[in-house]
Design a protein around this ligand. Structure first.
Ligand code: HEC
Length: 199
């Protein structure tokens, strides 16, 4: 019996070692399709999705979005979004980015299809990025407050008040067009000072 158990353990270890060697050799031959014009296989995709879901689920802060929903904050989120995110995720000019099909895994078009995930999950993804996809970490470029505002904007982007919609459109046209008027109608009376050349 002892011998049998020992044999099984050796067998398992040998299979694992051989498996690793096989994968290593396969990668070493250069046969693995690393080009972004190759969609990931089913197994790779489901393993990666599971890893992302689990990591986001256990690391995202357990809190509501602290952004007060008013025009000033949504406008600030819109401007930051347009400046940093629209290139990949779609923006005011084109809800679907021309790069929509240039990433593998594909880049979600979060303006065209607003994600239903909790704000805190989207906050965490934006702050930390997703390794080995095109999604960068924004930790060194945006404050937490700015990220929460961007997420608030994204979540409201399919039903924006007209002044926010107009400011967003202006931000997409370029930094100089109508900056002085943007944010005039916010409820708090506070002028938003964020601008396209802030960062
Ligand atoms: C260079 C392209 C690029 C830029 C710029 C970029 N992202 Fe991403 N983003 C991606 C890609 C690619 C993914 C998909 C990652 C994956 O499949 O796991 C992604 C995923 C996301 C997700 C997850 C969406 C979902 O439904 O799962 C969020 C949220 C997100 N990005 C927010 C942002 C925000 C906010 C910004 C700007 C501050 C931004 N991204 C800038 C490429 C980009």
């Amino acid at each position: 019996m002892k011998r049998f158990v020992g044999g099984v353990i050796v067998g398992i270890i040998a299979t694992i070692v051989l498996g690793f060697c096989g994968v290593y050799l396969y990668l070493y031959t250069g046969a693995f399709p690393v080009g972004a014009d190759n969609p990931p296989g089913k197994l790779e995709r489901s393993m990666a999705n599971m890893a992302v879901d689990q990591a986001v689920g256990s690391n995202a802060p357990k809190q509501e979005n602290p952004t007060q929903i008013n025009s000033a904050n949504l406008i600030e989120g819109a401007r930051e979004y347009e400046e940093h995110c629209s290139f990949c995720h779609g923006g005011a000019k084109s809800k679907t980015s021309p790069l929509a099909h240039s990433f593998n895994p594909p880049v979600p078009q979060i303006i065209n299809r607003v994600p239903h995930d909790d704000d805190s999950d989207l906050f965490w993804i934006t702050k930390h990025g997703i390794r080995m996809t095109g999604m960068p970490t924004w930790d060194k470029h945006l404050t937490d407050e700015e990220i929460w505002k961007i997420i608030a904007f994204v979540k409201h982007s399919n039903a924006l008040p007209p002044d926010v919609q107009a400011a967003w459109q202006q931000a997409a046209e370029g930094p100089k067009s109508g900056e002085a008027h943007v944010g005039d109608h916010d409820e708090s009376g506070e002028q938003s000072h964020s601008s396209a050349n802030q960062h």
